[in-house]
Design a protein around this ligand. Structure first.
Ligand SMILES: Cc1cc2nc3c(=O)[nH]c(=O)nc-3n(C[C@H](O)[C@H](O)[C@H](O)COP(=O)(O)OP(=O)(O)OC[C@H]3O[C@@H](n4cnc5c(N)ncnc54)[C@H](O)[C@@H]3O)c2cc1C
Length: 547
């Protein structure tokens, strides 16, 4: 399209939008990681998804959903309570497209069992691409998908909910979920006095025949227009998990009263509420007193999604940076041909390549865990370590990606400012950094032999890579120390790096070697690009990242 020119100048030397592209086909590290973890047969499906989500129309929906943030309508004009949240149509479109692609359910069979095959890997590839376009709406998508594992401890409830969860329809109408074409689920654990330490929950559940009446509050409860929430409350026998629908079985609106929506740094398309329950109707999920055990299974899956989404955000940042650098000239040369910029971009490409190899390896473990004990041990030990390392690396990475675009990166019209503001939340929610490190320690102490087996496998898979054997020794020693909690961040980061090197070795051995040399053997200063990568490797990394 020809643009009208300005009277004083023409718009020159700016990059065209990175839109109307196939997000899958342009991402060699993704293609290879999917294939090496069992998902090769889904290439066509993933390419279709990549073209759809890489379109200018989807990018526009992402922008609109974030600029037109959700609004809480507490009352109607006559003073009656409404407790509804209104979203921009672009948000509903994003939700519908994600649901249509099965992001909220494709890892389950129609009756709520793990789908098997490479279902986790294939869904993760889609989730990663969608996260690079718009991340906020993925919050209810991920919670819905994860809720199935919590509901599975209460088979009668699962059997009722699954036919509605298992459809690929998104139905935003405010109506009782059993009457709907599709449903979403959220979760409420965090209270004012404690988020990590949910044992301090003060919300109370009192028996009312076979069901319960729940009274109390939640300080963060995201995606408040979900059809039902998995909520923790204190019952007679202790902290218990409940399913709390928006409507009671008699069709009345349940006593869930939203106080306000959070004003957040990022994650703006998604609503996060403060809420009070005034004798709200709830059905028990699992035994009384077993609430943490029930909900923790769900949290394992949302943690996995945090790592996938953070990798998707970084990938999008890298693609934007590289695309811009290939179009923008400085001192008669494209930025992408300036030796120092090449170092920055290729070093970032190596980080993303390792991250995608690692999260796809983790998803393979989720796929195989039901039938393979060593994969189940990998999943339990490494989910918190991977969430820790990947999610915490995203804000720094996106800051660097933003800088590659200079001033253009910093303004709100582009996607990078939004990605940057979005990126810290994946490290904070679903278990913050220290909590993830403590979780790794807990997994190590509970399953000594299984964890030792995981470490042995990682040692074998990284044999000969620079820095790997020292890392293995360090991790083993640090975790055995009586004061291991003090060095947990040090050891967990090393563990994640080792696992990343192992995963990358399956996909691209040369890049695993570079990763080992720069991340494990320590030939790297603290900033991206502060490293000496061979010229041929720089070229190969950038070509793989964006042909
Ligand atoms: C945008 C957003 C949406 C959210 N949506 C939801 C939702 O839908 N449902 C929900 O239930 N919650 C939600 N949360 C809450 C979130 O899960 C919690 O904020 C998070 O779990 C941390 O809990 P907290 O805020 O109480 O912090 P705290 O538990 O007080 O932790 C503060 C810090 O202390 C660290 N820490 C904790 N324990 C230890 C320890 N033993 N040793 C060392 N350090 C420790 C933590 O790592 C953290 O850095 C949301 C949060 C945000 C930001």
């Amino acid at each position: 399209m020809t643009q009208p020119s300005f009277t004083t100048h023409e718009v020159l030397n700016q990059s065209p939008p990175f839109e109307d592209v196939d997000l899958f086909a342009l991402d060699r590290p993704l293609l290879d990681a999917v294939a090496s973890n069992g998902g090769a047969a889904a290439e066509k499906e993933l390419s279709e998804f990549g073209k759809h989500w890489g379109s200018a129309a989807m990018a526009e929906r992402g922008r609109l959903a974030n600029e037109n943030t959700p609004k809480l309508r507490m009352f109607d004009s006559k003073g009656n309570r409404r407790d509804q949240v209104e979203f921009h149509p672009a948000y509903h479109e994003l939700m519908a497209r994600s649901a249509h692609a099965g992001l909220h359910n494709s890892t389950w069979t129609a009756d709520g069992r793990p789908a098997g095959g490479a279902a986790e890997v294939v869904r993760a590839a889609k989730f990663y691409m969608a996260a690079g376009v718009e991340t906020g709406h993925l919050c209810p998508i991920t919670m819905t998908r994860a809720s199935v594992t919590a509901l599975s401890v209460q088979p009668d409830l699962l059997a009722k909910a699954m036919p509605v969860i298992a459809t690929r329809a998104y139905d935003p109408t405010f109506a009782p979920w059993p009457t709907k074409r599709g449903m979403t689920l959220g979760m409420g654990m965090t209270e004012k006095q404690g988020g990590t330490d949910v044992r301090t929950n003060t919300t109370r559940a009192e028996r009312d025949g076979e069901t319960y009446r729940i009274t109390g509050h939640k300080w963060f409860m995201s995606a408040p227009m979900c059809d039902a929430f998995l909520v923790l409350a204190q019952a007679d026998a202790g902290l218990t998990c409940f399913l709390m629908p928006r409507f009671a079985p008699d069709g009345s609106v349940n006593a869930i009263q939203f106080q306000r929506l959070k004003e957040k740094l990022g994650n703006r398309s998604n609503a996060s509420s403060e809420v009070e329950f005034k004798g709200a109707y709830g059905e028990r999920v699992g035994d009384e007193g077993k609430g943490i055990r029930t909900i923790i299974q769900m949290v394992q899956l949302t943690r996995q999604d945090c790592a996938i989404a953070s990798t998707g955000l970084m990938r999008s940042g890298l693609a934007q940076a590289l695309h811009h650098a290939r179009h923008r000239s400085v001192f008669q040369k494209h930025l992408a041909d300036q030796p120092l910029m090449q170092m920055v971009l290729s070093d970032m490409a190596l980080h993303v390549e390792a991250s995608i190899a690692l999260v796809m390896r983790l998803c393979r473990a989720f796929d195989r865990a039901p039938h393979d004990q060593s994969e189940a041990a990998y999943m339990r030990l490494l989910t918190p370590a991977i969430k820790y390392w990947v999610c915490k690396s995203a804000p720094g990475f996106l800051y660097e990606a933003m800088e590659c675009l200079g001033g253009n990166g910093y303004v709100e019209e582009g996607i990078l400012a939004r990605h940057y503001r979005e990126s810290p939340v994946n490290a904070i929610w679903e278990g913050s950094g220290n909590v993830m490190c403590l979780d790794v320690l807990r997994a190590l102490s509970r399953e000594v032999d299984a964890a030792a087996g995981v470490l042995q496998n990682l040692a074998a898979e990284t044999q000969g890579l620079p820095g790997a054997s020292d890392a293995v020794t360090f991790i083993g020693t640090a975790f055995r120390r009586p004061d291991s909690e003090r060095v947990a961040r040090l050891a967990v980061e090393r563990l994640a790096l080792l696992a990343a090197a192992a995963a990358l070795n399956q996909v691209s051995p040369r890049h695993a070697e570079l990763f080992g040399a720069t991340r494990l053997a320590g030939n790297h200063a603290s900033m991206y690009g502060a490293v000496d990568l061979p010229r041929d490797d720089v070229r190969a990394l950038l070509e793989r990242a964006l042909p």
